[in-house]
Design a protein around this ligand. Structure first.
Ligand code: PGA
Length: 258
């Protein structure tokens, strides 16, 4: 299974030159890892995509969008369609991020519609799932994660699953409002639950990649990435500068099983 690493810039105010320079430094820092098939994606604010795609197209780094509308086009003021994002240079789209679920009230039905649209339009897609509460007991954890997968993946064509990445991002472990990643024991429980649910929903031989996100940093990346069943990491704050992202990827791969 190919390792995959992503970073979500959220609503950080980055100018176009800095964004381009980020990609140049990232590609230089990763060097041979990109040639070896490690997949890396960057999800900036959508306005940066055209400038960044001038640089990204010379590399295998994928650019993506953090949000979009599920309809093809129309009277949806303020929204962006998949066609607009494709034209701007995005090849991967994210759905279900905790901040969209919690702050913008996106429910499982909306997330499912978006995922179907993204896959139908030929994009790669990241489906974020995760429990809301740190104290969720293990039995409920399985139920919650599996319910999010069942509704998120409703109607997805099995042939499209090789373009799908599931990101396990417990809501309580994301962002600067909290200061710690989920403990490895919790990551293990969740990965087992997610892999089990995927087996039931889409079959044993599924090609879905699974990554962890939520306060990943240089100190915890190796341990989390080496959890059985994890294919990579989704990094926010620790990838704000490209050298930091390169270090996290390098260290994570050091400890990950082949
Ligand atoms: P964080 O963000 O690494 O800053 O916690 C992760 C995410 O929101 O994907």
């Amino acid at each position: 299974m190919q390792a995959v690493f992503g970073t979500n810039w959220k609503m950080r105010n980055v100018d176009q030159r800095t964004a381009q320079q980020y990609l140049i430094t990232l590609a230089d820092g990763l060097g041979g890892l990109l040639d070896d098939g490690v997949q890396v994606c960057v999800l900036p604010p959508a306005t940066l995509l055209p400038a960044m795609s001038e640089v990204a197209r010379k590399t295998s780094i994928r650019l993506g969008a953090q949000n979009f509308h599920w309809e093809e086009e129309g009277e949806y003021t303020g929204e962006l369609s998949t066609a607009l994002l494709k034209d701007a240079g995005a090849t991967i789209l994210m759905v279900g991020h905790a901040e969209r679920r919690v702050l913008f009230n996106e429910n499982d039905e909306v997330i499912n519609r978006k995922l179907l649209r993204a896959l139908e339009e030929g994009f790669h897609a990241i489906l974020c799932i995760g429990e809301a509460d740190r104290l969720t007991p293990e039995a409920h954890l399985q139920e919650e994660l599996s319910a999010q997968l069942v509704s998120g993946l409703r109607g997805v064509n099995k042939a499209d699953l090789n373009r799908l990445i599931v990101a396990y991002e417990p809501h309580w472990a994301i962002g600067r409002r909290v200061d710690a990643a989920a403990p490895v024991t919790r990551v293990k429980q969740s990965v087992e639950a997610i892999r089990g649910a995927l087996k039931t929903i889409v079959g044993a031989e599924n090609s879905v990649r699974l990554i962890y996100g939520g306060n990943v940093n240089l100190s915890n990346c190796r341990e989390i990435a080496s959890v059985n069943g994890i294919d990579g990491l989704f990094v926010g704050g620790a990838a704000a500068d490209p050298a930091g992202f390169v270090s996290v990827i390098g260290r994570a791969l050091d400890g990950a099983p082949d």
